[in-house]
Design a protein around this ligand. Structure first.
Ligand SMILES: *Cc1c(COP(=O)(O)O)cnc(C)c1O
Length: 421
């Protein structure tokens, strides 16, 4: 049996209808923006392997640091004990976040980083004897697949089987010039009940790379702050350069109380989640009373190997060359977007930093289950390009080491697709 046959005998893949999906392609090696299958065929990874890779595949520097860590300390219980790599990573990350972020809490992935942020906010009010009951989130949001994260995400085909078990959330529109006053009024009317407002800053990834302006988010954040509503910026996708600055929050005047990170955090090498918060949040848990403790943790909290990957990735991220690459991708995406801004087959082409999204005009409108999706997916795969359309929306979210030539290959393939579909 080949790898694909062996896989199908024993493995159940995520987000995959196993009866109808095309068989998985076995990938055996990666280098830069390329992935290679078991027959040596190269694929250009235009989605950073589910948005996680930022410096290229099998990066030698990260590999070296991970290898050294593995041979030194692979894991240690993180309650009652600590280790140098977790400390250095926390110090290094806080140094480049908004100044109000003062404490790092470790977990395993993006969903758990969100769960931790939600629990911190809920208990923050409870610990002060002023419990609040409701969370605010944006329409079309995606914050992960665990139950708390699902609850603050849009109700959709993905959550349908679980909707009865999700807690109630106040969903608001993406803020814009026309609705901002109405949103502010709506929140003011119930502000005494509101625990926090969680949002994906500037770009709603899984919703189809929906983009909105920093200006209106700023205005909304300012209003929440005035009303005493805590702010959670979920930077799991937008963090580490995706929006053209280090973090999406660097585009904002207002600063969040809590931030969530994962995906690019380890350069896409190892699973790791981080929730950061202000001293104000942290101090609300300090007490002689043990009941005020944050009772949350995972077996692999702050795993040293994951932390070593993240620390190495952070060093690479802070090299001037990385920001130059980010600027280069932003500029080239913009040129392509300008060139195709009024293409008749495209409903929109939109860009925030290194993220470029193109929405096809279809008779049936935008839907994740659009059959155009499967045709586009296969079309690009046939050109050895890995894209994962969200319905009729295709997008690029590439490693920053992608070459100009590889970018040209992506642009040319989109132009071909525009001819074909
Ligand atoms: C992917 C994502 C998550 C969930 O992260 P996982 O590691 O997949 O659990 C949460 N929030 C945002 C904005 C994401 O893009």
């Amino acid at each position: 049996m080949n790898w694909t046959e062996r896989d199908l005998k024993v493995i159940w893949h995520p987000y995959t209808q196993m009866q109808t999906a095309a068989p998985p392609i076995p990938i055996v090696r990666g280098e830069g923006a390329l992935l290679f299958d078991d027959e040596g065929m190269a694929y250009l990874d235009a989605v950073s392997s589910w948005w996680v890779n930022i410096h290229g595949h099998a990066h030698p520097y990260i590999a070296e640091k991970v290898s050294t860590q593995l041979q030194t300390l692979e894991h240690v219980i993180f309650a009652g004990f600590t280790h140098p790599t977790a400390i250095e990573l926390a110090e290094g990350l806080l140094a480049i976040l908004p100044k109000n972020q003062q404490k790092v809490f470790y977990s395993d992935n993006g969903s758990t980083a969100v769960e931790v942020a939600l629990k911190m906010c809920m208990q923050y009010w409870g610990n002060q004897g002023k419990p609040r009951t409701k969370i605010v989130a944006l329409k079309n949001a995606y914050h992960g697949d665990t139950f708390g994260a699902m609850s603050v995400s849009a109700r959709s085909a993905f959550t349908a089987s679980f909707d009865p078990y999700l807690f109630e959330v106040e969903f608001i529109e993406l803020p814009d010039e026309d609705n901002i006053e109405a949103i502010k009024q709506k929140l003011s009317a119930i502000s005494h009940e509101l625990i926090c407002f969680i949002f994906e800053p500037l770009v709603q990834g899984s919703a189809g790379m929906l983009m909105y302006e920093a200006k209106y988010l700023d205005e909304l954040m300012k209003h929440c702050r005035e009303e005493g509503i805590l702010l959670i910026a979920d930077e799991v996708m937008t963090g580490f350069g995706r929006t053209g600055k280090r973090f999406a929050c660097d585009h904002l005047q207002e600063k969040p109380d809590l931030m969530c990170f994962s995906k690019g955090l380890t350069g896409g090498t190892m699973p790791l989640g981080i929730t950061t918060c202000t001293n104000q949040i942290y101090e609300a848990f300090l007490s002689e009373d043990k009941h005020k403790t944050l009772f949350h943790g995972h077996s692999f909290t702050a795993n040293p190997v994951s932390c070593a990957a993240a620390l190495a990735s952070l060093e690479l991220f802070l090299q001037p060359e990385t920001m130059e690459n980010i600027k280069r991708i932003c500029k080239r995406h913009q040129l392509f977007a300008d060139k195709n801004s009024i293409h008749p087959k495209l409903k929109t082409i939109r860009q925030t930093g290194t993220i470029l999204a193109m929405e096809w005009n279809t008779e049936t409108g935008t839907s994740y289950f659009s059959n155009l999706r499967d045709r586009l997916y296969q079309f690009f795969l046939g050109k050895n390009i890995i894209l994962r359309p969200l319905g009729n929306i295709i997008y690029f979210i590439t490693p920053y080491c992608i070459t100009d030539q590889q970018l040209d290959q992506l642009y040319a393939s989109v132009e071909d697709a525009l001819e074909t579909f």
